[in-house]
Design a protein around this ligand. Sequence first.
Ligand code: MG
Ligand code: ZN
Length: 359
Amino acid sequence: MKFCKTVITFLFFFGAVFSGFGQKKAQHPKKVIFMIGDGMGVAQIYAGLTANKGHLNLEQCTAIGFHKNQSADNYITDSAAGATAFACGEKTYNGAIAVDVNKKILPTILEIAEKNGLATGLVATCSSTHATPACFIAHEPSRSMDEAIAHDFLKTDIDVFIGGGRKFFSKREDGKNLIDSLKARNYQIANSIEEVEKISKGKLAAFLADEQQPKFSEGRGDQLVKSTETALRILNQNPKGMFVMIEGSQIDWGGHADDTQYIINEMLDFDNAIGKAIDFARNDGTTLVIITADHETGGFSLNGGDMKTGRVDGKFTTKDHTGVMIPVFAYGPGAEAFSGIYQNTDIFYKMMDALRLKK
Ligand code: MG
Ligand code: ZN
């Protein structure tokens, strides 16, 4: 009897302590999943929602904001200056890969997270050396320097990266084979989505294309969803937490091509990855998911549509990027911080605060 009473007291005590911890966790996530739909403005999102007959996984987000995305030298940002703003908290010139207007190196949130013992990752549906993922790990004066950017991947102990760009690592002008260097640093190398899916721990460098991956509709299929699941499974082994950037890279390319169906296919693929991230966050309880874009592409608008049939009448004003405000969506502990209207650079500081990291 006395033993029973002791056990009950013990359970009450620990119940109270753990629920106390639970509340603290609710304010400070240990894990941040940062998702960028390149070129994804409100019309791209709504085209996807309409084609999907009125629903997106994105709608589960509880906090919504907008960011002002102009770069240091242009009203209309490109993906390099846009991603540098998110990764480093500083406005720079179009084309810059995590360097400032004077071409000085800017530390990135991924590098800072890695130094602080968190697990880190990058997932994209383009070459891993392309502007958006590059800005989280490389420092180069120009986005066109794919081979130099590939070399920068060896300077940070990133745990997982999944994308295209194999040739920038292995068929280089300097003759180096960086895939051998990655192997020497205990990376498991995957060259197909089937190989990616088999990995559940350790370090992973995955090359799903020699350069850029194909479109969703031309053979890529659900690789982004599968890559997202694998990355989260591996990174989640680290008890200190994680920072991972996951990009739906080709929504932008649909905009550059003035191709409504291309945008819709890539938007819905990205939304499926968003669904996986939000499911992970819901089960985990210590994960903050943030979804945004660097800029809008195509000056895309919806001149008509039908929620019942999924028909979308898209119209474009340009084949390039535009300067409109970009929505930000957040889910999980700390999501409220992403409400409001703020600069793209503030997203860096909000994520750093969420993970309690210092520059
Ligand atoms: Mg991009
Ligand atoms: Zn673009």
